[in-house]
Write a protein that binds this ligand. Structure first.
Ligand SMILES: Nc1ncnc2c1ncn2[C@@H]1O[C@H](COP(=O)(O)OP(=O)(O)OP(=O)(O)O)[C@@H](O)[C@H]1O
Ligand SMILES: [Mg+2]
Length: 503
């Protein structure tokens, strides 16, 4: 197999939310890589942290989120520490996202065409684009230095805040003695003092690092202004020469008029992205995503589109930029089954044509079978198992994965087995050991006490379950799961062959 290129690396990501009831641990030590051109499916029950993980990659976490740790490495940089100026260049442009409900991503009172061309036309001034491009590297280097300091300070503050919220919760629930309250309050105060000193030091350091970068940026800005002015002058000079040439030609007046109009248009094209150019591109993309009669559709409003067509529009909007990563968060759950199939086919086609890397989030294993090269199974904020689609479907190792697989509807009877018994834990109080233990009949004593590490099953397949410990009793996957898999096997393989995932 050829060497795989990582396009994004998520390392030890920890994200919590500050809530009225306490600190909710939404993402706990999540790590995964995404390779160029592959589809990674993230699968798991509601609330397992799938959307929060993808929002962190997009830089659109809610305001009450605290990133407690980890890195998201994209093109050699940690996205959790880059300035908004840089994120602005990445979000939507290099990493696109499609959400579950297409209606909420579209503006109901704006024509579809305008919504597709909007992003292009907002930045239609080519001179400004040229200027921004010229200063971009230096601007980002400068802003990132400041942002790094800010991110580190925010993390320190978030930690203390989380501790305070947690103390308050324990006091409210009478879960702490008076002496311990006093001790904890004192410790928090002490931590605040230490933080303040650290934050001052971080501030000082980032200021001194930023100073020379600011100087460089100012110089680059001056140069860029001159370059842009020169370009503009050159375009105008060419235009004047062209006009002169046309006027001195011996052509019919009507022909000359046409040539002059063309010269003028050529000049405009060099200075800005015209509405006509943006529309042309939009129509091309509408065709690419399978919208019939795009010219007519261009002028319609979202309510005149069916759910499936709306989702195609949302995909079209994501594609007006040229993303290299596409995050699809349950993009078909709101659609009926036939339409769902069509949208999945569309996403697969676009991925192939554009060699996109796709993170596909779903709780539907049928969809996973149809889409995935690799699968990560999430439970209670953690990845509990990951591997190639084949490994996850045919040799699952984690009891939670077994439970998920046994809930695939039967191919013949279409009937679903019982839902997984019990409910996911309250993530304000994440369990100590394997979070699935309380719902698993295979749980051992250690599952309630200690977090299982990842055990290697193959070079590509890992599972975090104590069942894989050499000293654990040998447990086979439940018969009902293996039967279910065997039954679904034919359908599964057929759907993958069709999808071009297997030879
Ligand atoms: N802004 C927020 N404030 C508080 N808690 C939040 C916030 N956003 C998400 N959560 C919590 O974080 C956990 C993970 O949520 P997430 O949206 O990632 O789940 P999910 O796996 O995408 O589930 P679903 O399949 O329902 O979309 C949940 O317990 C959720 O309630
Ligand atoms: Mg979600």
């Amino acid at each position: 197999m050829e060497a795989k290129e990582k396009v994004i690396e998520v390392k030890d990501l920890v994200i919590s939310f500050k809530t009225d009831h306490g600190v909710l641990k939404a993402v706990r030590d999540v790590s995964f890589d995404l390779y160029r051109g592959e589809t990674l499916c993230i699968v798991g029950e509601s609330g397992s942290g799938k959307s929060v993980t993808s929002k962190a990659i997009m830089g659109i976490l809610a305001a009450n989120a605290v990133v407690e740790g980890g890195e998201i490495i994209y093109r050699g940089e940690n996205l959790l520490e880059v300035a908004e100026e840089e994120f602005h260049k990445i979000r939507g442009h290099k990493i696109g996202m499609i959400f579950q409900d297409p209606l909420s991503s579209l503006n109901p009172i704006v024509r579809i065409g305008k919504q597709i061309t909007e992003a292009t036309l907002i930045n239609s001034n080519k001179l400004k684009l040229m200027y921004d491009d010229l200063i971009s590297d230096d601007l980002i280097a400068y802003k990132n230095t400041i942002q790094k300091g800010k991110a580190r300070a925010a993390k320190l503050r978030g930690e203390v805040e989380a501790r305070e919220i947690d103390l308050k919760r324990r006091i409210n629930q009478n879960a702490i003695s008076a002496a311990d309250i006093k001790a904890e309050k004192k410790a928090i105060k002490q931590q605040k003092r230490e933080n303040a000193a650290q934050i001052r030091e971080i501030d000082r350091k980032s200021k001194s690092e930023a100073a020379p970068l600011k100087k460089k940026l100012d110089a680059t800005r001056r140069e860029a202004k001159i370059k842009v002015a020169e370009y503009k002058a050159e375009v105008n000079r060419e235009y004047r020469e062209e006009v002169f040439r046309i006027k001195s030609e011996s052509a019919l007046p009507a022909e000359k008029k046409k040539m002059l109009a063309e010269a003028k248009l050529a000049r405009t094209d060099k200075l800005k992205i015209t509405k006509a150019a943006a529309k042309k591109k939009a129509l091309e993309i509408m065709r690419e995503v399978g919208i019939p009669e795009p010219e007519r559709r261009f002028r319609q409003y979202p309510f005149e589109f069916s759910g499936g067509m709306r989702q195609r529009i949302v995909i079209a909007i994501a594609l007006t930029e040229t993303p290299e990563i596409l995050i699809c968060d349950e993009p078909t759950t709101a659609l009926d089954v036939t339409i769902q199939g069509q949208i999945l086919e569309l996403i697969k086609k676009i991925q192939k044509d554009r060699n996109l890397s796709v993170i596909f989030i779903t709780h539907d294993l049928g969809v996973v079978a149809n889409m995935a090269d690799r699968v990560a199974v999430m439970y209670a904020g953690k990845i509990v198992e990951y591997g190639t689609a084949k490994e996850i479907f045919f040799e699952p190792k984690h009891p939670y994965t077994w439970a998920l697989l046994s809930s695939i509807p039967d191919v013949d009877s279409k009937e679903r087995l019982d839902a997984i018994p019990g409910t996911p834990p309250n993530m304000i109080y994440p369990p100590k050991g394997d979070a699935f233990a309380a719902r698993s009949k295979y749980a051992m004593k250690i599952d309630f006490e200690e977090q299982p590490p990842f055990f290697k099953v193959s070079d590509t397949h890992y599972a975090a379950t104590w069942l894989l410990h050499p000293d654990a009793p040998k447990v086979e996957m439940p018969k009902i799961v293996s039967e279910r898999i065997k039954n679904s096997l034919a359908a599964f393989e057929a759907s993958r062959r069709e999808a071009g995932k297997e030879e």
